[in-house]
Ligand binder design. Structure first.
Ligand code: GTB
Length: 217
């Protein structure tokens, strides 16, 4: 059964792939599962019909038959569980890969989101420029720790997994900040993720929503 996901009708990032449907698209591309996309406006996201799928009135959602999921982490985990390619077969390696999904969402993403939200909501306040270094130092603490763990490995724990997919997706949210450049092994890690054919297909598909052009040209 072909699943349907939801995405922004018009993403505020202008097609940079930063909205959270991108990680779901990437996971579906990695496992070779075709999918449909239903685009929703900001107004539609807050309507009862969408809230029945996503109680918080957000994207992405995932519908597959009578299964409805929300939360990008839960959706990616579901895809990884149902298809080969994103989780190792070995039980312990699988548990570690899942741990990295949680680490990306619970340990790395929160300070990155704090910085983005501060910029969005408080960017015009007089005290914003004073607050920014603290927000960025909190991100740097985590990036330094992550960089130390990664070392010169290609991926966080052996083969590429859902943990890497989620971590790269989260780190990409720092694009334009210059912060990733301070950690050359993390920059290279993110570049390896972006170089994956599945990532490129997912990126082209979400960009096509914005440009109106077909991803295949
Ligand atoms: N925890 C949920 C999940 O992981 O699925 C969070 C979902 C979420 O935050 N969805 C956002 C949304 O629907 C879109 S992705 N927001 C609308 C609302 O809450 O009313 C967050 C996002 C939005 C825009 C950019 N951007 O423009 O760069 C980046 C990320």
């Amino acid at each position: 059964m072909t699943p349907t996901i939801t995405a922004f009708e018009r993403s505020p990032d202008g097609g940079k792939g930063l909205a959270r449907d991108m990680r779901v698209r990437w996971a579906l591309e990695e496992v070779g599962q075709p999918y449909d996309v239903r685009l929703v406006s900001f107004a539609e996201m807050k309507e009862p019909a969408h809230r029945a799928l996503q109680p918080f009135g957000q994207i992405p959602t995932y519908e597959e038959g009578d299964l409805v999921l929300f939360e990008s982490g839960a959706i990616v985990f579901h895809i990884a569980e149902r298809h080969a390619g994103l989780l190792p077969d070995d039980a312990n390696a699988r548990a570690r890969a899942i741990t990295w999904v949680f680490a990306a969402l619970n340990t790395i993403e929160p300070p990155i989101v704090d910085r983005s939200m501060a910029r969005l909501v408080e960017g015009d306040k007089t005290w914003f420029e004073q607050r920014l270094p603290d927000l960025e130092d909190r991100i740097r603490d985590r990036l330094g720790e992550l960089a130390a763990h990664l070392g010169d490995a290609d991926w966080l724990d052996g083969e590429f997994s859902a943990g890497d997919l989620m971590m790269v997706s989260v780190l990409l949210r720092l694009g334009g900040s210059g912060m990733l450049d301070e950690y050359p092994n993390l920059s290279a890690y993110v570049a390896r993720g972006e170089a994956r054919p599945a990532y490129k297909r997912a990126f082209a598909a979400q960009l096509a929503v914005f440009t109106g052009k077909s991803p295949t040209g």
